[in-house]
Design a protein around this ligand. Structure first.
Ligand code: SF4
Ligand code: SF4
Length: 157
């Protein structure tokens, strides 16, 4: 019956194929928002300001293959790095799997469509400002990127 078990439940993150690993990403785009670390408490403070390459509509990177050359602080997520990160949003599939939690129903691997990521409120679609339009990042702190997603209307920012 093991063939009925989805790969993310019976394959360690470090043993996944590249394709399996990549498919875990739900494409929410939250990790591409700017954030700060509070000096005293180490708390992550999120903003609603997105990387200049983050697409407002798809919530994907507009130059994924060259992103590391174009954006200095962009990172490539690996199983090793994942063990050390404390700033991924709570709904990030890598964080959920790492922490032994279930993927939500709206994850594309379960729903079969990326649209559910937007409908669930997990994605950053229409909710962020491009960094090119922002002068002072600290003027744009936001709590929602660090919280579990709630469904939103497209009118909400
Ligand atoms: S937060 Fe996680 S699931 Fe969302 S885009 Fe980033 S890596 Fe993918
Ligand atoms: S370069 Fe692309 S993947 Fe990296 S933070 Fe910017 S939008 Fe995200």
């Amino acid at each position: 019956m093991t063939e009925d078990i989805p790969f993310w439940k019976n394959t360690a993150l470090k043993d996944m194929t590249r394709s399996q690993w990549e498919s875990l990403c739900d494409g929410c785009g939250r990790c591409c928002l700017h954030k700060f670390r509070e000096d005293d408490t180490d708390e992550i403070l999120w903003t609603n300001v997105g990387c200049r390459l983050l697409d407002q509509d798809t919530c994907l990177c507009r130059d994924y293959t060259k992103r590391l050359r174009r954006v200095r602080d962009c990172v490539t997520l690996t199983p090793e790095l994942l063990e050390t990160l404390d700033w991924l949003p709570p709904s990030c599939a890598y964080r959920l799997i790492r922490d032994g939690l279930e993927l939500p129903d709206w994850h594309p691997l379960i729903s079969g469509t990326k649209e559910t990521v937007h409908l669930s409120g997990a994605s950053v679609r229409y909710r962020f400002i491009n960094e090119r339009s922002v002068t002072i990042l600290e003027d744009h702190f936001a709590e929602w990127p660090g919280e579990w997603p709630e469904p939103i209307t497209t009118e909400q920012k």
